[in-house]
Design a protein around this ligand. Structure first.
Ligand SMILES: Nc1ncnc2c1ncn2[C@@H]1O[C@H](COP(=O)(O)OP(=O)(O)OP(=O)(O)O)[C@@H](O)[C@H]1O
Length: 264
């Protein structure tokens, strides 16, 4: 069942690496069913923010806090005991797909079910029939069921990324956090991956937060855009209102370089 709590509530979060503030007082609330693009120049803190939300990295001590579906993930610079439960509800998608290369695509997708199984069953590959069916249905849905038996590292980037989305479906994720999911793909595969994320958002009601280098993709696929610059939120609003002046504020006068295909 889809949760009614916010996908994430990020409150006054900072993250410092040495002398550099990767996040500087960031606050962000994402409601269930929203599809949000996270944009900003290289080094602006997009990945750091996603990693903090998923609890892959701790935030600075202090008053900053992060909740995911009502579970407190980070508080006073520490991951809480609820971080693992929160992470189970989130499907993570990465630029480099993060599939296990020597395993078949099917086995990779089954790994999404691991959180629900006793450890030994997963280790032995004794997947329950119901989970096997779900995995095949998920592969079919993302259009790569013909490749189920093929080793992941022999598949194209687009096929691997679709497999990663199928894994999130099998996991039963209530939200997808995708970090540059199309940065390593050709435009045709990239569009297909973005369309799948939109479908999961619209049809299944999953919250989606996706970091994108391509502003045109953010405008085309996401209703809401959040822009980071030097670790601060400099725009948070409808993609339709992201005008040239704001884009110049975010990216500088070379802002058109942030468009991948054509400026729409
Ligand atoms: N583990 C780390 N150790 C030291 N510095 C880091 C670490 N992770 C990130 N940073 C720094 O924090 C800042 C923000 O990095 P981050 O990867 O979040 O940016 P980004 O917006 O995702 O960039 P890109 O679009 O290039 O992926 C950068 O200056 C980066 O060098």
């Amino acid at each position: 069942m889809t949760s009614t709590a916010a996908v994430t509530s990020v409150r006054d979060v900072s993250k410092t690496f040495g002398a550099r503030k990767a996040l500087d007082g960031v606050s962000l609330e994402v409601a269930p069913g929203e599809m949000v693009a996270l944009i900003g120049p290289s080094g602006s803190g997009k990945s750091t923010l996603l990693r903090s939300i998923t609890g892959l990295q701790s935030i600075d001590p202090g008053k900053g806090a992060i909740d995911v579906f009502g579970l407190n993930v980070q508080k006073n610079g520490r991951l809480t005991g609820q971080a693992r439960d929160a992470r189970r509800r989130i499907g993570m998608i990465f630029q480099q797909f993060n599939l296990v290369g020597r395993l078949s695509l099917f086995s990779n997708v089954m790994l999404g079910a691991l959180g629900r199984l006793p450890g030994w069953r997963g280790v032995l590959g004794l997947w329950p029939m119901e989970d096997r069916r779900r995995a095949m249905a998920a592969l079919d849905r993302v259009g790569v069921s013909d490749y189920a038996a093929q080793r992941a590292n022999t598949l194209s980037g687009g096929q691997q990324q679709r497999g990663a989305i199928a894994r999130a479906i099998v996991q039963g994720a209530q939200a997808i956090l995708a970090d540059e999911p199309v940065a390593s793909l050709d435009p045709v595969s990239a569009r297909k991956v973005m369309e799948l994320l939109v479908e999961l958002n619209r049809r299944d009601g999953l919250g989606v937060i996706v970091t994108l280098h391509q502003v045109d993709y953010a405008l085309r696929y996401c209703d809401r855009v959040v822009a980071l610059k030097a670790g601060k939120v400099v725009y948070d609003g409808p993609s339709t209102e992201l005008d040239t002046k704001t884009l110049i504020d975010i990216y500088g006068p070379e802002f058109e370089d942030a468009f991948w295909e054509t400026k729409s």
